[in-house]
Design a protein around this ligand. Structure first.
Ligand code: ARG
Length: 472
C-alpha cells in the first residue's frame, strides 16, 4: 500500500476493475493514472471498513445477507483492517480506490458472501459516509491539539504573572498590557476555533449511507439503523443531497484555514518578539534553527512556518470551493478532488499546532525589557487626558491639550513626563509616570490591567473548561 504504482507495476493478471463487466477493453493507462485515488485515499481504510461493517449489519437486518454471511464478512473486514495496520495490504491492479480495494479483498477472503457486500450501496454513498466518519474524527483531533496549545499559552502566562509589555496598534506602542492579557488575546480566538470545529461536527453528523448512487434502491434497506450503528445523529433525508454534499469538507477546510490564520498571527508575533530589535522573548535551542552561512544566527523557523503554512491552508479551502462551484447534481467525479486538500490541511495544521505548542513551552520572556518598553512615558498620555476628564474637562479638549504637550516634548527633545512636571498646572499628575502606573490604570471590564485580569481569567478558565467538556 502507499505510493502510487502505475498500471504497469501492478499485477497484470488482475487487470479488471470491479465494474468492468460492461467494458470490452481495459482503461487506458493515462486515464488510470488520472483517476486512481488509492495512492492518497488509502488513509481512509479504517473509516471505510467501519462504514462497510455497518452496511453489512444493515443488510443482515434487512434480510439481504444471512447471519452466517454477516459474521463472516465482519471477521473478514477485521482481517483486512489488520492487513492495513501491519502495512501488509497488497493493492491489486483494478483497485481504483480504497473502497474497491477493500471490497475486492473481502471477496477474495470471504468468497460468495463478499460478492454481496455492495448490495444496495454505491461508491457514491460509500465515499460520502467514509469521508464523514474521517472528518468527524479529524475535527476532534485538531480541536484537542488546539487545547494543548491553549495550555502552553496559559503556562507562559503563569510563569510571568505580573509581566507586562506595550500593546500595539499600527505596530506603534499604544498602551501597556499584562502579558497574561496579551496571551489570552490569542487564546480566545483559539477557543472559537475549537467551537467552530465542534459545530462542524454537529452538522456533518448525518449518515449518507443508503442513498445508493443517487436515488436510493428498490431493496428494503434500513438507513436509520446503519446511521445509529455509526454514531450518526440521523440518516439523510434526500438521497441526491446525501451523495453530492461536501459542505462538511468546505466547512472543515474553512475552520482549519481560519485557525491557520490565527496561528500565522501568533507566528508573526513570535518573529517580532524574538528579533534583536524587540527582544522580548527567546525560544529554546530545540525550537530554533541555525544559518548555513552565518554562525551567530538563531532563526525562528517554527514561527515563520506557522505564518507560511497558512497560505496553503487557505489554498486548500479555495481549491475545494472552486471544485464545488457549478457542479450539477448529484455525484460527479470532480468530488474526488475533495480529499487531498482535506488530508493536507488536517495534517499540516496539526504539525503547526504541535510545533507551536513546543515553541511556547520553550519560550523565555524578557520581562524587564518588555516592561521598560511599556513604561515609555508617552504611553501615559491618554492617562493624563483621562485625569483631566475626571476633573470635568471635555475629552476632546483634554486630548488636544495633552497632544500639544507631547508635540512640545518632541520638539524640545525631552521626555513628555518632563514637560508635564514643569507645567505648574499639571505637575500634580507626575505619579502617572511611575513604573507600572499606566498598566494599573487599565481597570475597566476586559481591560489589560491586573485588576480587570482577575475577572477575565475566571471567564477564560470557564471557557476552556467548556471547550474541554464539549470535546469529551
Ligand atoms: N474514489 C471516488 C471518490 O473519491 C469514489 C467514488 C467513485 N464513484 C464513481 N461513480 N465513480 O469520489
Amino acid at each position: 500500500m502507499g505510493g502510487a504504482p502505475g498500471r504497469e507495476e501492478l499485477d497484470a493478471a488482475e487487470a479488471m476493475t470491479l465494474w468492468s463487466g460492461r467494458f470490452s477493453s481495459p482503461m487506458a493507462e493515462s486515464l488510470w493514472d488520472l483517476s486512481e485515488s488509492f495512492s492518497f485515499d488509502h488513509v481512509l481504510y479504517a473509516h471505510d471498513i467501519r462504514g462497510t461493517a455497518a452496511h453489512v449489519q444493515g443488510l443482515k437486518e434487512a434480510g439481504l445477507v444471512s447471519e452466517e454471511e454477516c459474521a463472516l464478512l465482519l471477521k473478514t473486514l477485521e482481517t483486512i483492517a489488520q492487513e492495513f495496520r501491519d502495512g501488509a495490504f497488497v493493492r491489486h491492479e483494478g483497485d481504483e480506490d480504497v473502497h474497491m480495494a477493500i471490497e475486492r479483498r473481502a471477496t477474495e477472503l470471504a468468497g460468495p458472501a463478499g460478492a454481496k457486500i455492495h448490495t444496495a450501496r454505491s461508491r457514491n454513498d460509500q465515499v460520502a459516509t467514509t469521508l464523514r466518519l474521517f472528518t468527524r474524527d479529524a475535527v476532534v483531533s485538531v480541536a484537542s491539539e488546539i487545547l494543548e496549545l491553549v495550555d502552553a499559552l496559559n503556562d507562559v502566562g503563569a510563569r510571568y504573572p505580573s509581566a507586562y509589555l506595550p500593546g500595539y496598534t499600527h505596530l506603534q506602542r499604544a498602551q501597556p498590557v499584562l502579558l497574561t492579557h496579551h496571551l489570552a488575546a490569542h487564546v480566545w480566538p483559539l477557543l472559537r476555533d475549537v467551537d467552530r470545529l465542534l459545530d462542524a461536527r454537529e452538522r456533518l453528523n448525518v449518515s449518507p449511507l443508503g442513498a445508493g448512487a443517487l436515488a436510493g434502491t428498490s431493496l428494503a434497506i434500513l438507513p436509520a439503523y446503519t446511521a445509529a450503528l455509526l454514531g450518526f445523529r440521523e440518516a439523510f433525508a434526500n438521497s441526491m443531497d446525501a451523495v453530492s454534499d461536501r459542505d462538511f469538507v468546505a466547512e472543515t477546510l474553512f475552520d482549519v484555514a481560519l485557525l491557520g490564520i490565527h496561528l500565522s498571527r501568533m507566528g508573526e508575533e513570535l518573529v517580532l518578539w524574538t528579533s534583536s530589535e524587540f527582544h522580548f522573548a527567546t525560544l529554546g535551542d530545540d525550537f530554533t534553527t541555525g544559518s548555513s552561512m552565518l554562525p551567530q544566527k538563531k532563526n525562528n523557523d517554527v514561527a515563520e512556518l506557522a505564518r507560511g503554512k497558512s497560505g496553503r491552508l487557505v489554498g486548500n479551502l479555495t481549491s475545494l470551493l472552486v471544485t464545488l462551484k457549478g457542479l450539477p447534481l448529484s455525484y460527479n467525479r470532480d468530488l474526488q478532488e475533495d480529499k487531498e486538500p482535506l488530508f493536507d490541511s488536517i495534517r499540516q495544521v496539526v504539525l503547526v499546532l504541535r510545533a507551536m505548542t513546543g515553541a511556547y513551552r520553550s519560550l523565555v520572556f524578557d520581562a524587564q525589557r518588555a516592561q521598560d518598553a511599556a513604561d515609555d512615558v508617552n504611553l501615559a498620555a491618554i492617562d493624563l487626558a483621562e485625569r483631566l476628564v475626571e476633573e470635568g474637562v471635555p475629552f476632546r479638549q483634554a486630548h488636544e491639550r495633552v497632544g500639544r504637550l507631547v508635540g512640545e516634548a518632541d520638539q524640545q527633545g525631552i521626555p513628555f513626563s518632563q514637560v508635564v512636571e514643569q507645567d505648574p498646572q499639571l505637575s500634580r499628575f507626575r505619579d502617572l509616570f511611575a513604573a507600572g502606573e499606566s498598566l494599573r490604570g487599565r481597570t475597566s471590564p476586559g481591560a489589560s490591567g491586573p485588576s480587570a485580569w482577575v475577572e477575565q481569567s475566571k471567564r477564560l478558565d470557564d471557557a476552556i473548561e467548556a471547550a474541554r467538556q464539549r470535546l469529551s
